[in-house]
Design a protein around this ligand. Structure first.
Ligand code: ZN
Ligand code: ZN
Length: 371
């Protein structure tokens, strides 16, 4: 049947007209309201028609080539591919809440459920972050219960099916709304959604299928990590249920500050105090880097707060073998506060010398100006 006919709109219908036509028809044909034997089939047809005509690209293809056009373009239109989930989604978008009667896989208490991912924060030393380290840490997570192998059921119990929900894990409730009678589905209050009768729960895990366990694992922290870096331990999160995969454990790192080094990304900064004569005349000194002692040259006449570069002695780039940041030494010229007699004498001489030089310098300039 023609999609426009199914929705009861003309070929030139706007998007809004298509939407309101779908709402109107959906209310009439919803299988919980309409008890006609073909209601469910027609409701699915309606969903298919709406899905196509509400999408500009699909509508264009359909207008030109019909259903075959959609198929050739890779849009599946078969009844199997357009599953109940899709209809449920459309329905939820319009009416809110889940639709009774159509139970999709996710409502099945025996369907596999993946375990939760977990996060754990650990603190490491400055140098461990720079050069990497192997550590043994204790993690806590849910592991599959050994007693029931994750089923949550007592091995010896005969009748394990929850009497309230008959094992579905969900119960239906009929509610009257202005749109008609609707069935809403909620988690079974008796079994909490497991579908297992509470009396048949595994004694070890109380029906959860998993137990909290502590485990020691070895982790390799690569060189170059920083605060906030994460390390993923696959499958070390909480156990899954009904054969679902386990979650992952994320180790989040916090790097302790160093008393000696300041880190800025891959670069390391230190401050070096030097004396006036060192600044004026230059010197060779030894500074500490993360690799140990390093000789550096202070050039003559260096300024206060000048930065000296030690190439390649910074932090390794995370995941880039052989590449490292730099170490920068910031120069701080110390002004002496207390002078010995001899020092004072020398500074005075220097002072006088400078004064006289200035004077003679000015006189020279005056002389040449008037020549
Ligand atoms: Zn158990
Ligand atoms: Zn139940």
């Amino acid at each position: 049947m023609d999609y426009y006919e199914i929705l009861g709109v003309g070929k030139n219908a706007t998007k809004d007209e298509i939407k309101s036509a779908f709402r109107k028809k959906a209310r009439q044909l919803h299988p919980d309201v309409n008890k006609a034997p073909d209601a469910e089939e027609r409701f699915k047809e309606l969903g298919k028609a709406y899905e196509t005509l509400s999408d500009d690209e699909k509508r264009q293809l359909y207008d030109r080539y019909g259903e075959d056009g959609l198929k050739n373009a890779g849009y599946s239109q078969g009844p199997f591919d357009f599953g109940f989930g899709g209809i449920n989604d459309i329905f939820e978008a319009f009416f809110g809440g889940s639709m009774g009667g159509f139970s999709s896989g996710r409502n099945d208490p025996n369907a596999p459920i993946s375990g939760d991912d977990l996060r754990m924060d650990i603190q490491i030393d400055f140098m461990e972050a720079v050069f990497g380290v192997e550590k043994e840490i204790k993690i806590r997570h849910l592991e599959e219960c050994e007693e029931c192998h994750g089923t949550g059921k007592d091995k010896n119990a005969k009748d394990t099916v929850c009497k309230t929900c008959k094992g579905h894990g969900r119960v239906q409730q009929n509610t009257r709304t202005i749109l008609g009678n609707f069935t809403s589905v909620t988690t079974c209050p008796a079994c909490g959604g497991s579908g297992i009768d509470p009396s048949a729960n595994c004694k070890q895990c109380k029906g959860r299928g998993a137990v909290q366990k502590e485990k020691t694992v070895k982790i390799k922290i690569p060189k170059g990590v920083d605060s906030g870096s994460r390390i993923r331990l696959s499958n070390e999160g909480n156990a899954g249920k009904n054969g679902g995969r386990a979650g992952d454990m994320y180790i989040v790192l916090y790097v302790k500050e160093s008393k000696e080094f300041i880190r800025d990304g891959v670069d390391i900064h230190t401050v070096l105090e030097i004396s006036m004569p060192q600044a004026v005349l230059g010197d060779e000194v030894t500074v500490n880097t993360v690799d140990g002692e390093e000789k550096i040259h202070i050039p003559q006449g260096i300024d206060n707060l000048a930065k000296l570069l030690i190439k390649g002695k910074g932090v390794p780039y995370l995941g880039k073998e052989g590449q490292r940041g730099n170490h920068y030494v910031t120069i701080k010229i110390k002004t002496p506060k207390k002078l010995s007699k001899e020092e004072e004498k020398l500074y005075r001489e220097l002072f006088e010398l400078e004064k006289n030089e200035k004077k003679s310098g000015i006189m020279e300039k005056v002389k040449t100006a008037f020549k």
